[in-house]
Design a protein around this ligand. Structure first.
Ligand code: FES
Length: 124
């Protein structure tokens, strides 16, 4: 038997901007320990490894931050805090049900364009 691949990847945006910068950011003094909280929650539940938390740079949805992308599923969660992260792990990752009320607005996260279609649109 081989080494099992993870069942989920949780990509937490860890981009921060210096204070006073106009661009919103996912990591502020109030939200800087969310990744650590996520990792601790996964360890507490005994599911670290089959669920892999990943620190990413900007996911291009800064105005909805703090954001986190869960794969598989292309599920983008927005406006995160510790309580929301706990619920996402309990209900989505363990329970199998996406926490719809924390998912980013459809307007901000519509269906993807396939790379082949994008090439066509660009006339390439
Ligand atoms: S800074 Fe997090 S999505 Fe851009």
């Amino acid at each position: 038997m081989g080494i099992p691949q993870p069942a989920f990847y949780m990509f937490k945006c860890e981009q921060s901007a210096p204070p006073g910068m106009p661009k919103p950011s996912c990591v502020t003094p109030e939200t800087q320990d969310l990744f650590q909280h996520l990792a601790q929650k996964l360890m507490k539940e005994g599911i670290m490894g089959t669920v892999q938390p990943i620190r990413t740079s900007c996911l291009n949805r800064c105005s909805s931050g703090p954001v986190m992308l869960v794969e598989p599923g292309h599920i983008m969660y927005a406006g995160l805090n510790k309580e929301k992260i706990d619920r996402i792990v309990d209900e989505h990752i363990i329970g199998g049900n996406v926490v719809k009320e924390y998912v980013i607005d459809k307007e901000q996260w519509d269906e993807p364009i396939t790379p082949a279609e994008m090439k066509k649109q660009m006339g390439m």
